[in-house]
Design a protein around this ligand. Sequence first.
Ligand SMILES: Cc1cc2nc3c(=O)[nH]c(=O)nc-3n(C[C@H](O)[C@H](O)[C@H](O)COP(=O)(O)OP(=O)(O)OC[C@H]3O[C@@H](n4cnc5c(N)ncnc54)[C@H](O)[C@@H]3O)c2cc1C
Ligand code: FES
Length: 276
Amino acid sequence: MRPEPHPMTPEPYRVRSRRPDRADTVTLTLEPVQGVCPPFVPGQFTMLYAPGVGEIPISISGRARSGGYVQTIRAVGAVSGALCRKRRGEIVGLRGPYGTGWDMSAAAGLDVVVAAGGLGLAPLRPVVRDLARHASRYGRVSVIVGARTPATVIYPRELARWRDDHGIDVQVTVDHPDRAWKGPVGLVTRLIDRIVFDPRHAFAFICGPDAMIKATAAELVRRGVRPGRLAVLLERNMKCGVGRCGHCQLGPLFVCVDGPVVTYDRAAPLLAVREL
Ligand SMILES: Cc1cc2nc3c(=O)[nH]c(=O)nc-3n(C[C@H](O)[C@H](O)[C@H](O)COP(=O)(O)OP(=O)(O)OC[C@H]3O[C@@H](n4cnc5c(N)ncnc54)[C@H](O)[C@@H]3O)c2cc1C
Ligand code: FES
């Protein structure tokens, strides 16, 4: 009898499709060489292995019609760069899905603000798709996105569809506009003035760099949204992804198992300490 594979051994997945999104960002659809993708909840991540290079956590941005995982990756270093260079038909390793997901039921009946900084829109994509699909479950829905430049705004076609086909209030701001840019310029927090929601009856999903999370959450709390009604996705360096190595520790939290999605009342005191 063949021994069971070790749970930390990545399964081989084939790149079914590869879509270059922006200059340094690629969206891959990954399917297991054998069997089917395990179920996932929005917000969870997988550990993706680029053979011979290394393994990194990447959020699941959706499920393709074929059943595969859709994952959007920005090339920032050795492993993410190697994954972004993978072509259709090539093999990567995958473990997971791991971690906590966005709690959609906590937002039911409330106005919803989705706030994304840069690539933070990738883990939030399944949230917005759920909001669009089940609009009657929620109040007013707004999506605010901040990016460095117009060229780094991911999913531009989908943003337009959410606005035009689903009536979602989608607003995008950039730090550095180009000549063609006609939208707002500046931090994503400035967009909070442009959207309509009742802070006492609102829920927010926030993902981006720590500074963006802190600034957005602080502004929403200042306006009256309860910290327990802010869900944030924390990114920390990870190695095992399953609560064993301690690489992702943030105070008492192991982000890979207690997160990456947590409510802001838990995250705020930890994000306030610089060394953590
Ligand atoms: C739960 C979770 C979900 C993630 N989801 C995605 C995703 O959907 N798409 C995606 O492209 N990336 C995602 N990341 C970030 C991704 O894991 C890192 O970009 C990756 O680990 C970088 O590895 P590397 O070997 O390519 O680069 P490295 O050589 O390790 O790093 C290159 C540069 O990127 C910086 N960096 C490394 N890790 C991070 C990080 N987590 N956040 C910000 N800067 C970092 C380093 O400081 C360094 O400057 C996620 C991270 C976590 C923890
Ligand atoms: S990555 Fe090892 S404990 Fe979280």
